[in-house]
Design a binder for this molecule. Structure first.
Ligand SMILES: [Mn+2]
Length: 246
């Protein structure tokens, strides 16, 4: 059986990603990722935006996934970046501006090469990952039992944005229902998307977005061990960005 290390929202924190992979036992030599126990890293989306080195994260993850050394499913920030790179008219805000600025600062050829690689990554990736004979589901913002195994618009909205109501809080954040509190199913779901001060375990789900971009930690869940490995963030701590539950 394959063993996985599922890694939470990176948001351009390349240094912390490198630290975490090292902590998990990976070595990175001449573009290849290697683990002595043949473990596989799984990226659950939101690779870019807001952080200092989104382009390096895009490049590394795209290389590893396209070389079949890692797995990936997209987050909402990946979806928006993909639409931007495909020439669609998207708002360059909510962190996308930092990634766009990084890309624009590079020589045109390099920008094009990286954009094409990221598009290839996005186009080959499923909306969410069904692993270990469906015992493990990895979805950026989570999933509902009745959506597992399905595709389509409803599934896409849920796995990218979570269980949104369409309403917004006073500060502009979308209202999200607590789907994990209601999740009652055999498949274990690993997700991110909503920064929490520490991994949030709820039934057979865990949120491992420990807000690296907001000064928390970058975390991974080891499967099948179900143990967490975290490294500290190098970013300033912004308490108000973290959501507390229960
Ligand atoms: Mn997200």
């Amino acid at each position: 059986m394959k063993k996985f290390d599922i890694i939470g929202d990176i948001h351009g924190c390349h240094e912390e990603m490198t630290d975490l992979l090292k902590e998990l036992g990976y070595s990175h030599q001449s573009g290849k990722l290697h683990h002595s126990d043949n473990r596989v890293p799984v990226f659950l989306g939101d690779l870019t935006d807001r952080g200092p080195a989104s382009v390096k994260v895009m490049e590394d993850v795209a290389d590893w996934v396209l070389q079949k050394e890692a797995l990936y499913c997209p987050g909402n920030h990946c979806n928006k970046l993909y639409r931007y790179l495909s020439g669609r008219n998207v708002m360059i805000n909510n962190g996308l501006e930092t990634t766009v600025e990084e890309l624009k600062s590079l020589p045109k050829e390099k920008t094009e090469r990286i954009a094409n690689k990221f598009k290839a990554l996005y186009e080959q990736s499923p909306l969410y990952l069904q692993l270990d004979a469906n015992r493990l589901i990895v979805a950026h913002a989570g999933i509902r039992p009745d959506l597992i195994g399905k595709k389509g618009k409803v599934v896409r909205t849920f796995v990218l944005y979570g269980d949104i109501t369409g309403e917004k809080h006073a500060d502009g954040r979308p209202v999200r229902r607590d789907w994990a509190a209601k999740y009652n199913f055999d498949s274990f779901v690993v997700y991110g998307h909503t920064p929490v001060p520490k991994p949030r375990w709820k039934g057979s789900t865990v949120n491992i977005d420990t807000g690296c971009i907001f000064g928390g930690q970058l975390s991974a869940l080891r499967w099948p061990e179900k143990t967490v490995c975290s490294v500290p963030s190098n970013q300033p701590y912004l308490k108000e960005k973290f959501q507390s539950f229960d």
